[in-house]
Ligand binder design. Structure first.
Ligand SMILES: [Zn+2]
Length: 401
């Protein structure tokens, strides 16, 4: 709603571009005087500082609701930023870097280091590159980010995307999160967007709860057109929920997951839920997948490393259905309601226990003794032949113990 408002008003007056500039850079990045800018061209795409005379070209997200980056068109009158003339840099660069310390050799070092960064076969070159970049600190970090998010896709150098993201990842600095969100919004290539969102997930994982990111991730989880990106956003929300969040994200997570139509995204989401499985709403969500016989085309490209345990669960199978993945998770989690629902799904023939490995079923009976009593009760009291038969089959497996 608010996005639309901003977008429509941007063409109506020159106020919004100026407002973006004022709110993003409350002090001029060069002369440090309190924001005093004016629009300097008829297209309303350039802005200048009334105090020092520096002029920038502005670049916005595709939806035109946020300023992404600025290219210095004209340095200030005192030429403090002369080396930055013509440089397109992400907003964070102008916010966090002391631009009067910038020199063209800094730019060269950064570019050269990033070019060599991907050369994994040249360990020494790589190490030197890494040291050079570390020495440059914020300049490296935000310059690397600038290379990823050159505001317009045509300005991308795809060769820089991976090393730049790798560098940002090593710094894992939460100051880059707003820039990453804006870059994500101004990028059209799904593959790049996925890399960016995975980096956001990684930074969220390595840091404390970051409330500002939740809103962004919620929107992505609900509305993104690319299923792997939706499930990566869900993964990140699940991680945030584990970080003593003041906000209860579980209701939202469970709702988004229950509405997901893409089978691969559903499988990823399900495995990610293991992380917050102590919540009853999560158990219900997993139970709801038990009757699902669709088989995900799973390639194990899970977005985060903490999923190793979950991966093992599905490695036990060849091409498990969503229901079988859910069954295994419930056995793994061991929540009583979850186990009893699983037994119900089997005796009611919603889930074909033929596909559940005997080893897993035995493990369940050994770990949760109440499951045997539950089945005995069904066997002795049920009037439904099929239920009785299925219960009997499972009890025979118990008998083998
Ligand atoms: Zn200024």
């Amino acid at each position: 709603m608010s996005d639309k408002n901003v977008k429509s008003s941007i063409s109506d007056s020159n106020e919004p571009p100026l407002t973006f500039m004022q709110s993003s850079l409350s002090n001029c990045p060069i002369c440090k005087i309190k924001a005093d800018y004016s629009i300097s061209d008829s297209k309303k795409s350039k802005v200048m500082c009334n105090n020092c005379g520096a002029e920038w070209q502005m670049f916005f997200t595709l939806s035109k609701d946020q300023l992404v980056s600025l290219r210095l068109e004209k340095p200030d009158r005192e030429k403090r930023a002369k080396d930055l003339k013509g440089c397109l840099k992400i907003l964070g660069f102008w916010q966090f870097c002391n631009v009067s310390n910038y020199s063209s050799s800094t730019e060269k070092t950064i570019r050269k280091s990033l070019e060599n960064y991907g050369a994994i076969n040249f360990k020494k070159i790589r190490e030197k590159a890494h040291n050079d970049l570390s020495d440059q600190g914020d300049f490296s970090l935000f310059s690397a980010l600038s290379l990823v998010g050159g505001a317009y896709p045509r300005l991308y150098n795809p060769n820089f995307i991976r090393p730049s993201l790798a560098l940002v990842k090593e710094f894992s600095d939460i100051r880059v999160l707003p820039d990453l969100q804006r870059i994500f919004k101004s990028t059209v290539v799904d593959e790049h967007r996925l890399s960016i969102i995975e980096l956001i997930v990684e930074i969220v994982r390595q840091n404390e709860f970051i409330p500002e990111v939740s809103t962004f991730l919620k929107t992505v989880a609900q509305t993104d057109k690319h299923a792997p990106i939706r499930s990566a956003a869900v993964a990140s929300l699940i991680i945030q929920n584990g970080q003593s969040v003041p906000e209860d994200l579980v209701s939202f997570i469970v709702e988004v997951i229950s509405k997901e139509k893409d089978i691969d995204a559903r499988a990823t989401n399900l495995l990610n839920l293991q992380k917050i499985s102590s919540d009853e709403r999560v158990i219900d969500c997993i139970i709801a997948s038990l009757p699902n016989r669709e088989i995900p085309n799973y390639k194990f490209d899970l977005p985060t490393s903490w999923l190793d345990a979950a991966k093992e669960v599905i490695y036990l199978f060849t091409a498990p259905s969503l229901g079988e993945i859910a069954a295994n998770l419930l056995i793994e989690i061991g929540n009583r309601k979850g186990i009893e629902s699983l037994l119900e799904a089997i005796v009611n023939s919603q889930l074909d226990s033929f596909f559940l490995q005997r080893k897993r079923i035995r493990y369940m009976f050994e770990s949760y003794p109440y499951s045997k009593e539950y089945l005995l009760n069904i066997y002795e009291t049920s009037k439904d032949e099929k239920r009785k038969l299925n219960a009997d089959r499972l009890l025979k497996i118990v008998g083998e113990l």
